[in-house]
Design a binder for this molecule. Structure first.
Ligand code: GAR
Length: 203
């Protein structure tokens, strides 16, 4: 079956949603590895509890990003990983990983890209005062949150909405969208041509 590696640095609510979808049989893919740069992150605990293999590294142990990415790449190749799923992995990637996984690496971001790339996208959207925000799943191309868009969910920001409430609604939208996109991928329904992405209907 389709084999995925999830990269994550934090809470892991998206990782958990992917795992739950796998258990229900709706992911149509198997999470074979969690890659994390944060040994104490809750996501690592979630993976261990689920019996999923974890590859941990500490960036400070390396001179440059390329060095740890080469190690990650060999871990991915050893497990025959078909798709990299970034889920709150808060590091930029180099061509060491981006090139071999071109068209096979996706990210989720808590805004309607290209608005509010980078860190704290939810806070940025509230600060700017936009009335609509949302969630984007996109291919990864080496820039920060810049690759071709696969799918988006829009959410209206409610008058006076606090950051905590909006964050909760964004996370709920992410947990719906991300497992769905992974399943489309596993079904071969996502076609990438230049920057244009087409999602083929179920047949
Ligand atoms: C998610 O909201 C994800 O969209 C965001 O980090 C959070 C991770 O939550 N990613 C980015 O901001 C990437 N630029 P999680 O650890 O609970 O899945």
């Amino acid at each position: 079956s389709y084999r995925i590696a999830v990269f994550a640095s934090g809470t892991g609510s998206n990782f958990q949603a992917l795992l739950d979808a796998q258990r229900k049989g709706s992911l149509q893919a198997e999470i074979v590895l969690l890659v994390s740069d944060k040994p104490n992150a809750p996501v690592v605990e979630r993976a261990r509890n689920a019996g999923i293999e974890v590859f941990l590294f500490q960036p400070k142990d390396y001179n440059q990003r390329e060095d740890y990415e080469r190690e990650i790449l060999s871990q991915l190749e050893a497990r025959g990983v078909d798709l990299i799923v970034l889920a709150g992995y808060m590091r930029l990637l180099t061509s060491v990983l981006v090139a071999p996984y071109s068209g096979r690496m996706i990210n989720i971001h808590p805004s309607l890209l290209p608005a509010f790339a980078g860190k704290n996208a939810i806070g940025q959207a509230l600060e700017y005062g936009v009335k609509v925000t949302g969630v984007t799943v996109h291919f990864v191309d080496g820039g920060m949150d810049t690759g071709p868009v696969i799918a988006q969910t829009a959410l209206d920001i409610q008058p006076g909405e606090e950051e905590a409430a909006l964050t909760e609604r964004i996370h709920a939208a992410e947990q719906q969208l991300y497992p769905a996109v992974v399943s489309w991928f596993a079904q071969g329904r996502i076609i990438l041509e230049g920057r244009q992405v087409t999602v083929l209907p179920l047949r």
